[in-house]
Design a protein around this ligand. Structure first.
Ligand code: PLP
Length: 373
């Protein structure tokens, strides 16, 4: 079955009682237990453990991410944190040098409290990753394409390094979504998404997910962390994300088309120093992106001539692009990334990150052209 068909139907069984086509939202925090042995009558007990709306979303995510099972969280960071909290104290983790800044903050500020160590590695060079592995390396966390430089990491190469070392390969696939890239099919053990982004798709819901190659002991441990620590997705947010998944295939097609048109325009503009977009043949890992992604997505970043002031001036002049952080919604956003990341940001001051939405590409190009004048 093709991705689009799976995405429209996964977790979408008709409601048995009413025949409703759109799934019901169960808001109940608690569920009846039976009279004989006090066990849950229908498999559900309390909202922090499980909820029927959340279960539908989890079965949809497992299906579209090609995993055996999935878990959903209140945010992408709640998902990442729950996973790291299952690692035994003393574990070492590799994290990419370019990636979502809050994951690096987890490494710097929280890992020491949890008894974990980490190294930030340039993961586009598999040799460096191999060299950085230590006897206690339990996980390689990679993010591809990366935020904000759109670096592309070879997932199959990382999977083979992880496998040899009996470490986990975890891939943050937020920018690509399962519509364009399915890391589990390329050898990853776990794929993580900030479902706040393309899966929700409308900038109106926060969430995170983990899909697991196997429903094994690690899955049970992460579920235990979620249940006890409590970073679980709410029923309403689960419902919104499930609704977003229905149109993910179609939306991603337009995000990619628009992304390509805008990247080509910007790559020829004299006001732009450099465009980071994996779909451009000039991207250093274009060939890898072509192999492991079915298309290149709607995210890009640009280095603007004129440094920090030049970049801020362009972002201030756009009319269709809104100056805001986040990504993956129907509307186009432009962001001076270093300002959003705040003190300690590693992002170059001349960099703008663009989330290309579903507007007409010509309008987006004209908006950028006037802002760059
Ligand atoms: C690539 C990536 N991973 C993880 C996250 C964190 O997700 P959330 O904001 O849902 O916690 C983000 C958020 O921007 C992201 O861009």
């Amino acid at each position: 079955m093709h991705f689009e068909t799976k995405a429209v139907h996964a977790g979408g069984e008709l409601d048995e009682k009413t025949g409703a086509v759109s799934p019901p939202i169960y808001l109940s925090t608690t569920f009846e237990r039976n009279k004989s042995d006090g066990q849950p009558s229908h498999g559900y007990s309390y909202i922090r453990d499980h909820n029927p709306t959340q279960t539908r979303l989890e079965s949809a995510l497992a299906e579209i991410d090609a995993g055996e099972a999935a878990l959903v969280f209140a945010s992408g960071m709640a998902a990442a944190s729950a996973l790291f909290q299952t690692l035994p104290s003393g574990s070492h983790v590799l994290i990419p040098d370019d990636g979502y800044y809050a994951v690096r903050t987890l490494g710097a500020d929280f890992f020491p409290r949890w008894g974990l160590t980490h190294d930030l590695i340039e993961m586009t060079d598999a040799g460096r990753v191999r060299k950085a592995m230590r006897p206690n390396t339990r996980a390689i966390w990679c993010e591809t394409p990366s935020n904000p430089l759109l670096k592309v990491i070879d997932i199959a190469a990382m999977a083979s390094i992880a496998r040899e070392a009996k470490a986990l390969l975890i891939v943050d696939g937020t920018f690509a979504t399962p519509a364009l890239q399915r890391p589990i099919e390329l050898g990853a053990d776990i794929v993580m998404h900030s479902t706040t982004k393309y899966l929700g798709g409308h900038s109106d819901v926060q969430g995170g997910s983990l899909a697991f190659r196997r429903r094994d002991a690690l899955f049970d441990q992460v579920l235990e962390v979620r249940t006890i620590v409590g970073g679980v997705a709410s029923p309403f947010n689960s419902w919104l994300i499930l609704r977003g998944i229905r149109s993910l295939g179609a939306r991603m097609r337009v995000h990619c088309e628009n992304g390509r048109a805008v990247a080509e325009f910007l790559s020829k503009h004299r006001g732009i120093e450099k465009v980071n977009y994996p779909g451009l043949p000039s991207h250093p890992a274009h060939a890898i992106a072509k192999r492991q992604m079915s298309d290149f997505g709607g995210m890009m970043s640009v280095h603007v001539k004129g440094g920090r002031e030049g970049a801020l001036a362009v972002a201030a002049k756009t009319k269709i692009f809104t100056r805001a952080t986040s990504l993956g919604g129907v509307e186009s956003l432009i962001e001076h990334r270093a300002s959003s990341e705040g003190p300690g940001s590693r992002t170059a001051p001349d960099l703008l990150r663009l989330s290309i939405g579903l507007e007409h590409p010509q309008d987006l190009i004209e908006d950028l052209a006037q802002a760059l004048e």
